[in-house]
Design a protein around this ligand. Sequence first.
Ligand code: NDP
Length: 372
Amino acid sequence: YTQAKALVFSKNGEPSDVLQLHTYSISPSLSSKSVLLRSLAAPVNPADINTIQGTYGAQPSFTSLIGTPSPSAIAGNEGVFEVLATGDPASPIRKGDWVIPAVAQFGTWRTHAVAELDQVLKINKEGLRATQAATISVNPSTAYRILRAYGPSTGISTGLGMRPLEVGSGEWFIQNGANSGVGRAAIQLGKLWGLRSINVVRERSSPEETEALRAELVGLGADVVVTEAQFLSRQWKDQLADITNNGREQIGLGLNCVGGKSATALARSLSEGASMVSYGGMAKQPVALPVGLLIFKDIRFVGFWLSRWNQQDVTGRRHMIDYIADLIREGKFRDVPLDEVAWNWDTDISTLAQEVQGGLQGFRSGKGIFVF
Ligand code: NDP
């Protein structure tokens, strides 16, 4: 028997209140379609916390599968595992391989797992660190999908469609939350694909730190980095005119991670017929849209949910993950700063729950990630 531990919740609430560390044992007999996995790394993404709080768009079902006193769900959606054993010796997935979840709500915050073969996706581990493999499938994939699928209107005669920004064209996009995992991925993919980006970040506690962050994002490929204060100020309109050659260069796409005032300012920065894609709501404020932008500028406002894309385009997802993994191997795509928390057999619940609870606080030095 394999002894395992998992971070579980049996009701919604704040992570520090509802998360529990459950110990259980895994039987050595595996069905022919299943694999025994050992966790290597699993990040703490904002969606994981929202899922525990009960505010996310999908909820895992509470079960008694791992013998918790009350039915529960294992938290965590993203991570990478090493295959310890397979039920079928001829299985396409072998001992020693690395796999990531193929399905949403996999429950990655646990030391070990038994999974069906179709619940996991093999990933070529060569040249990848576990923390890199563990963070490919959510943030970089979101940036990839948005940049590849959304952009300016193709005109009313074409049925109100939109086209993606054109690779190699130098077309602009603008985003808030640019220091987020998704934002940093968008900067890098945008640069690789010959697009230009305007990036809004929040001020740090000193001008030096703000400048350091600006320099870091420029190092990743950001063309313009502005602080939120600048972005929300009266001067922004003129600055934007300078950046875009008095509006002659169009901004066909906006990526909204934040909501609230920042989203309104983002919408106002877009060119006629542009699309604003909302994928996050970090400020927990609704998006207010001036009607004039809808009517006179024909701006399209849409939402994006990676889970939906993953379900509807399984093959595309596979290619996208391989593509991003290749970029990482080739040194063309840099990790987000990570705050690694070692999870070993003796790590207690308060250490783990604290890491999760801190995950939604801003101004962090890095994204929390459990390393096993
Ligand atoms: P990270 O944990 O990497 O970063 C969070 C970012 O949010 C930080 O850059 C932080 O800015 C910013 N932030 C936090 N609080 C606020 C606030 N009050 N106002 C403005 N900015 C704030 O996040 P991820 O990249 O993992 O995720 C970012 C967002 O994208 C989340 O809302 C997440 O749920 C969403 N998301 C959505 C997906 C989808 O399919 N729709 C898929 C993936 C992510 P600072 O650096 O200044 O602290």
